[in-house]
Design a protein around this ligand. Sequence first.
Ligand code: SAJ
Length: 406
Amino acid sequence: MVNVIGLGYIGLPTALMLASHGVETVGTDYNSKLVAGLNAGCPSFKEKGLDELFESAVGRGIKFGTEYMQADTYIVSVPTPYDRFSKKVDACYVVEAVKSVLKVCPKGADLVIESTVSPGTVDRFIRPLIASMGLTMGEDVHLAHAPERIIPGNMIRELQDNNRTIGADDKDTGERIKKLYASFCRGEIVVTDIRTAEMTKVVENTFRAVNIAFANELAKICRHDDMDVYEIIRICNMHPRVNILQPGPGVGGHCISVDPWFLVGDYPSLAKVIDESMRTNDGMPDFVLGRICEIMKEKGMKDISRVGLYGLTYKENVDDCRESPTLQLLESQERHLAAGLKVYDPFVKKDMVENQYHDLGAFLDDTDMVVIMVKHDEILENMDRLKGKTVLDCHNVCRMPGVYHL
Ligand code: SAJ
């Protein structure tokens, strides 16, 4: 039996996937409201294919609760926030979850940490914790690290199709955990050591962050001389070994905007390109605010409350607002400008910020300028409703004449 600890964006799909592939699974989360919702048949977030997977897992007998269970294998998938100032990972949730597992787990259980942790976290926090509880690694408990690579917006498919990395202290444990993930994973599963597995996960996200920063810096350079950055990227990417990503209004989400800082925090004198790239990405919301002011001046607009930000989530077609560029911009707005920008996002039902709308029509009625911060399908399907408005398109999705870009 597998006990999955933490039923968030990663833990829940993983628990459901295991159960729907015949593995006896119990999902545990300390948030009793979230557990009650799951037991009432309501997954805690929206994701393509999640409802169908949920139904299949419930049909195979998955259980949800707040207690840690007696199990052969534990998968810990709890948040790993980072300290904005020290840029170091806060492993407290992982440590607390592991401590709770160690209090109930039978001798010889497998303990898999799925949470993204900075390289060396297992050595620095988990091994000493196990020793401090009088337990012996490799006897009382077998440790592994299995970072995930699923991308919000395509999680369920990627959970099955992506290749996976399993870090383990010994070959037998690695092969046992590989077999468990192979119950649903059709990708290649590579077994390595734990520290290498910790590093690969952070490096993958850092690679993407640095490449996005390159695209963002290119956008700024092109803006300086009024060139079309999208046409330049399109043509460059026709080169067989060039793949430039897309500039945007900033980099959000709990991964690409966070994980690279682990390396900066751990290797401050070495992670120079990474540090500068993260500053570039973090500076994009301010850059967008500057563009808004430039365009208002050019159009003779005086009232910032007639400007609306379309999109509050960190990227298209997800309901996750963590580290969202719009939230970063609104914070920035309060530093630089009087509050007043209007906001609307079809995926955000609860009020998160001032002047937030919940209806596209009302939002468009009350704005003369729309800033496309997130390219949700909804705005792509309603481009005609932007006619007559000033548009700052941060994703190069609007084909109307006179549209402004980054
Ligand atoms: N973004 C750009 N330009 C681009 C691509 C993305 O500005 O060309 C922005 C997005 O708008 C968003 C942010 O970057 O604000 C991150 O979005 P994303 O789609 O690049 O990535 P995530 O955070 O949704 O998922 C990433 C993925 N990592 C990689 O692709 C290397 C995913 O595979 C990971 O599992 C996930 O992080 C994670 O949980 O670590």
